[in-house]
Design a protein around this ligand. Structure first.
Ligand SMILES: [Zn+2]
Length: 251
């Protein structure tokens, strides 16, 4: 129970930092200074107004000094990160499983948000993800490292082929993120990529159906959020999905 509470509180605090990362990293601003300030009036946010989720609720989504609305996106990202971290602690029972899952969550959430807004997945996020996956994997589950290395190479290679085949659809950021997902997920990266491709293609088809082929193709849909969705599903049910596949199709 303590672990769940800890994961929830820490998840909300880290989610608050992910909001900073999501806003500042693509704008090449420092992640540390200046301290958070209201984008409307520029007044620094007081520490007691900077409590994840709670402050937004207490201030009813408005800046204390200028009363300008503060986007509900901030508390939503904090709540989502907290919920995902709690889920990872509940679902996994090894230190390696919990640590790799939480680190992957903290990589894919800002990747998806930045890709949605800016159509890029920053190298600094994928590089940090690869380093974290290798360090945590080698420290907590060295026996599983070969599987994760193979999964990373296979997932990155698969998306590289897809990016070369459909140049407008995917970018190198997606290729790198898929490779990083493999380094975290091992064999579970297979259902993750399948979910990403199926949901991505379905949404693409939906856009084309609504807007017509020509306008639809111009509405480039970033693929990072679909990769993130696949990664999150794999974090929670990746092992059962791989087991179903191995038991039903390989026997
Ligand atoms: Zn303000």
């Amino acid at each position: 129970m303590e672990a769940v509470t800890f994961a929830g509180v820490l998840g909300a605090i880290v989610g608050s930092f992910l909001n900073v990362v999501t806003y500042r990293l693509p704008r090449h601003e420092s992640l540390i200074t200046p301290a958070s300030h209201c984008p409307g009036c520029g007044v620094p946010v007081k520490p007691y107004d900077n409590i994840p989720i709670l402050s937004w609720l207490l201030l009813r989504g408005h800046c204390r000094s200028c009363s300008q609305p503060i986007s509900p996106r901030y508390p939503l990202v904090e709540a989502l990160t907290a919920a995902l971290c709690v889920g990872a602690v509940l679902v996994h029972d090894t230190a390696a499983g919990i640590a790799l899952s939480i680190a992957l969550i903290l990589i894919v959430v800002p990747s998806a948000l930045i890709d949605l807004e800016h159509r890029i997945i920053p190298n600094r996020i994928t590089l940090l993800g690869a380093a974290a996956a290798l360090a945590l994997g080698l420290a907590l589950d060295p026996a599983g490292e070969p599987e994760r290395l193979i999964a990373g190479a296979a997932a990155g290679g698969f998306l590289l082929l897809a990016a070369l085949a459909y140049p407008g659809g995917m970018g190198m950021g997606d290729v790198k993120l898929a490779g990083v997902m493999g380094l975290f997920l091992g064999a579970s990266v297979a259902p993750a990529l399948l979910i990403a491709l199926v949901t991505g293609v379905l949404l693409g088809a939906l856009v084309i159906a609504r807007k017509g082929a020509q306008a639809g193709r111009k509405t480039a849909v970033p693929f990072g959020p679909f990769l993130a969705l696949g990664a999150l599903v794999a974090v929670f049910v990746g092992h059962p999905l791989v087991d179903v596949y191995v038991n039903h199709f390989l026997h």
